[in-house]
Design a protein around this ligand. Structure first.
Ligand code: GDP
Ligand code: IMO
Ligand code: MG
Length: 423
């Protein structure tokens, strides 16, 4: 048995898509367990670039089974659009399965996402505007609509009418907005439902059958540990649990079925949206990382904020996810820097802190304490053997391993599938 989780250890965009695609070669089933189309995963195969939002990165292998678990929130329109885009590029969707109990993003969820961000003004979260927060809110408030409800037109209409009795009050009285009509939504969603219907099943059962047949299952994370509703920089987080625990609840599989948790960490840090970021670089080095690393959001096109690697964040991710190994991505982007900084602690009101704080107000007062390491000049894109990396690149990796006490087993040296070192 070798079932693995690929998890983001920072604020998302660590390169989970590329690592999942790389490792999916040896997997039979690839599963998304949380988030929605707020995610944007880039996978480059040969000269072709794919940007996936809802569909697991394993879809690029025709023989693999791909699963969207119950923990994912699905926007039917976005889902069908993504499926069509892939189909037009010759990707088969025959082995794509969607959980019958996944919750659905409705048009009013997207609307509420925008209205609430606007209401918050300067205090906004900087969401992707895809309706993620309002959809998860409805799930927890027990007025959500699930995939299984969509399949029966009468039931869909009934549940929608019940939910809208509440949502229209909110739209009209809280936000001073127009109410929405159940009939319109049912009609608007019908063509998408007809398309999705063929893929809907009990995916927990599907995974159990795969396990019994000794198939290898990979769980592809979306977002990252610091965007987790419980372990992230609350409230500047997403509305789900993208950490390893989310796999069990989001895919319908027990913790005893999981063997490895691979933490994906970028060799520096990035963040999109608002919220504190102690090692952020608002200078020419930050600019250089953004340009060289093409740090612009896949989902919203927003420039990503860039900064130095933060060991406290990786230690926090190590603990809450039970990481067994690290995939350190985008090391190639650091080539050419004279020196590289590693944040190994924070200074908070004169005190040295070694653990990532829970409160964002504390975090925003934290000054990073750095260890400075020498950089390297060589282009490392074509390096495939760890020993052929420049000595200072190895020093950087080994210092991270020493500080976090977890092995770095994969090193990203470029965006393409084959551009990586395995140790
Ligand atoms: P995800 O959301 O975690 O899947 O990450 P994104 O796809 O949003 O962002 C990661 C970006 O870095 C993508 O454009 C990838 O193609 C790219 N990438 C991934 N690994 C590497 C690497 O090792 N080196 C370089 N230069 N780019 C990488
Ligand atoms: P991947 O899977 C980076 C961020 C948003 C915002 C916050 C809340 O590509 O790593 P939401 O729309 O989820 O309510 O927004 O979370 N965010 C991401 N940032 N990568 C992602 O996904 C993200 N998904 C959400 O920018 O700050
Ligand atoms: Mg991304």
């Amino acid at each position: 048995m070798s079932n693995k989780i690929v998890i983001g250890t920072q604020w998302g965009d660590e390169g989970k898509g590329k690592i999942t695609d790389m490792l999916a070669e040896t997997a039979d089933v690839i599963v998304r367990f949380g988030g929605g189309n707020n995610a944007g995963h880039t996978v480059i195969v040969g000269d072709e670039k794919f940007e996936l939002h809802l569909i697991p990165s394993g879809i690029l292998y025709p023989e693999k089974v791909n699963v969207i678990g119950n923990g994912v929130v699905i926007d039917p329109e976005a889902m069908v659009e993504e499926m069509q885009g892939l189909r037009e590029r010759g990707i088969s969707l025959d082995k794509l399965f969607i959980s019958e109990t996944a919750h659905i993003i409705m048009p009013y969820h997207r609307l509420l996402d925008h209205l609430e961000e606007k209401r918050k003004g300067a205090g906004k979260i900087g969401t992707t505007g895809k309706g993620i927060g309002p959809a998860y809110t409805d799930k927890v408030a027990r007025r959500g609509i699930r995939m299984i409800d969509l399949l029966d037109k009468d039931r869909f209409y009934r549940k929608l009418t019940d939910t809208l009795a509440y949502q229209n009050l909110v739209l009209e009285r809280v936000y001073n907005s127009e109410p929405v009509q159940a009939e319109e939504i049912v009609e608007q969603y019908q063509p998408y439902i007809d398309e999705l219907r063929l893929h809907v099943t009990n995916t927990s059962l599907l995974l159990e059958e795969a396990r019994e047949e000794r198939k290898k299952i990979f769980f592809e994370g979306a977002q990252g540990t610091l965007l987790d509703i419980d372990y992230g920089t609350y409230p500047f987080v997403t509305s789900s649990n993208p950490t390893a625990g989310g796999v069990c609840t989001g895919a319908g599989i027990g913790p005893t079925r999981i063997d490895d948790v691979i933490g994906v960490a970028k060799a520096y840090l990035t963040r999109v949206g608002e919220g504190p970021f102690p090692t952020e670089l608002q200078d020419e080095i930050g600019e250089l990382l953004r340009e060289k690393g093409h740090e612009y959001g896949v989902t919203t096109g927003r420039p990503r904020r860039c900064g130095w690697f933060d060991v406290l964040i990786l230690r926090h991710a190590f603990r809450v996810n039970g990481l067994t190994e690290i995939a350190l991505t985008k090391l190639d982007v650091l080539s050419g820097l004279e020196e590289i900084k590693l944040c190994t602690g924070y200074r908070y009101r004169g005190e040295l802190i070694k653990e990532f704080p829970a409160e964002v107000e504390h975090l925003s007062e934290c000054e990073p304490v750095y260890e400075t390491l020498p950089g390297w000049d060589e282009d490392i894109t074509s390096v495939r053997d760890y020993n052929n990396l420049p000595e200072n690149a190895r020093r950087y990796i080994e210092r991270i391993e020493e500080l976090v006490k977890v092995p770095v087993k994969i090193i990203g040296t470029g965006p393409k599938r084959e551009e990586a070192i395995r140790r």
